[in-house]
Design a protein. Structure first.
Ligand SMILES: *Cc1c(COP(=O)(O)O)cnc(C)c1O
Length: 464
């Protein structure tokens, strides 16, 4: 056994490691600075082990292998594409809506060169921001005007900050919700410089409750889609159409934070009734705010739609300058909205809608196809099972999406260990655990990704 002194001397030096053949392959995959940093860290870790009386391997090969593992572990933090086999369609932790092909192309083109972001090509002078988005949304929703900001949280903040600051916002006690990730309606109202006036009860709020609370200080009647929770049973809410009457009578702004932002009726895809943007505007809401990357199926952004005079006031608020969306987002949004001009094809063109609309037969066929591929891998046991997916993104929380799952298990590996190994695959595959099986829900797996799942699973089994 070597003495600690001999072991310290035997530790390879960074410059010798850098010249080895194995290091050349590392250089092909990783930036030089990263390779160097991890070599230093690994040599240092082994030096500390030796000084602590341990006997780590000190060969070049052993150290380089550990360096490669460090680089790979670090790489898992890089923002990258993953395969979503969870069955949760709008998965906030996985980046919500995958974008339509047309949107991807639009982003690429806008990113690569210059754009007419704020130039009117007729006159060559400075023009409005956002291309055709305003016109498209006028056509699709009936809104007089539109503003696009970074997300729906920004939309609500800007709208309340402009329209309600210094006054009262009247809202039902049943709609003082937390959407998640720090978005709590009461806090947003306070942050906007308005005073919160809550009316009604948790389960029932009537028009008369709102009417009684209106004073000379009231500026906005606010309705919020409760999104990720649902009241059932002895409940009553006041519809937008009734609130619209009160708002116009008393000279108030009626604002509705719809959250999910369906542009079209989802019942045509077998989903429950959700209020749509056009319906809500037609019912008399003055301002409607929605997310771009939930049921709309576009990029992360917030849309503020409504009466021209109000939207112009929001656009003139200096806060808008800080919250407005960038050219890549606008390019993706415009391309996505254009797809809505062809509503009969939406389930083919907008991935989110295709996934939500997928019927049981189609899912069962796809599950059988995936199972056939996975069953060919040595050491894997497979079966098909029914399961429930969800819309996600705070939409339709109580409505499971019945689905088909492919279940797998491998001898000598727990479902948790298998799930962890698949998360470390390239690209990572995110599956769900179902008892002691690992489950792949085919609803959220896109075309071409079956092969990636099979490769990841094979890799995980071979690493055993
Ligand atoms: C999701 C949601 C928000 C927040 O939207 P982001 O786009 O995530 O900022 C706000 N209000 C409601 C009702 C929502 O559902």
């Amino acid at each position: 056994m070597p003495t600690p002194h001999a072991a310290l001397r035997a530790l390879p030096k960074v410059h010798t490691l850098l010249e080895s053949d194995a290091a050349q392959t590392l250089h092909a995959d990783w930036p030089r600075a990263s390779v160097l940093a991890e070599m230093r860290a690994e040599i240092d870790a082994r030096r500390q082990q030796i000084l602590a009386g341990e006997m780590p391997a000190v060969t070049e090969d052993a150290v380089l292998e550990a360096v490669a593992a460090r680089l790979k572990a670090k790489d898992l933090k890089r923002l990258r594409r993953v395969v979503n086999a969870t069955g949760i369609v709008i998965h906030t932790n996985l980046g919500r809506a995958p974008m339509a092909e047309a949107a991807v192309r639009a982003v690429t083109e806008a990113a690569r060169g210059y754009t007419n972001l704020e130039m009117d090509l007729h006159t060559g002078k400075r023009g409005g921001r956002g291309g055709q988005i305003g016109e498209l949304l006028q056509t699709l929703t009936g809104a007089e005007a539109v503003l696009v900001v970074n997300n729906n949280a920004a939309a609500v903040l800007l709208a309340l900050g402009t329209l309600a600051s210094g006054g009262d916002v009247v809202i039902s006690r049943g709609e003082l919700v937390e959407i998640g990730g720090g978005f709590r309606v009461p806090d947003v109202i306070t942050q906007s410089g308005a005073r919160l006036v809550e009316v009604g009860t948790t389960n029932k709020t009537r028009l008369a409750d709102y009417a009684r609370a209106v004073t000379a200080d009231t500026k906005v009647l606010l309705k919020v889609h409760p999104s990720n929770y649902k009241l059932v049973g002895f409940v009553e809410e006041t519809p937008v159409s009734e609130l619209a009457g009160l708002a116009s009578e008393r000279g108030l702004v009626l604002m509705n934070d719809l959250g999910s932002g369906a542009l079209v009726d989802l019942t045509q895809y077998g989903l429950p009734l959700e209020p749509t943007v056009p319906e809500t505007l037609a019912a008399g809401a003055d301002v409607v705010t929605v997310s771009g990357d939930k049921l709309l199926g576009g990029p992360q952004c917030g849309l503020i739609l409504g009466r021209r005079e109000l939207i112009e006031r929001l656009g003139a608020n200096p806060l808008y300058r800080a919250l407005r969306a960038d050219k890549l987002t606008l390019a993706a949004l415009e391309a996505t909205l254009r797809l809505y001009l062809d509503p009969a094809r939406l389930t083919e063109t907008v991935p989110i809608l295709g996934m939500l609309a997928a019927n049981k037969d189609a899912l069962a066929r796809r599950a059988r196809r995936l199972r056939t591929m996975l069953a060919k891998i040595d050491g894997v046991e497979t079966r098909l099972a029914d399961g429930d997916g969800f819309t996600g993104g705070g939409a339709l929380p109580t409505v499971p999406l019945p689905t088909k799952r492919v279940l797998v298990r491998a001898a000598g590996m727990s479902a948790e260990a298998l799930a962890a190994a698949l998360r470390r695959a390239d690209p990572p595959v995110i599956a769900v655990i179902d008892d002691d099986w690992l489950a792949f829900d085919v609803r959220t797996v896109q075309g071409g990704e079956f092969r990636l799942i099979a490769d990841a699973l094979r890799g995980a089994i071979e690493s055993l």
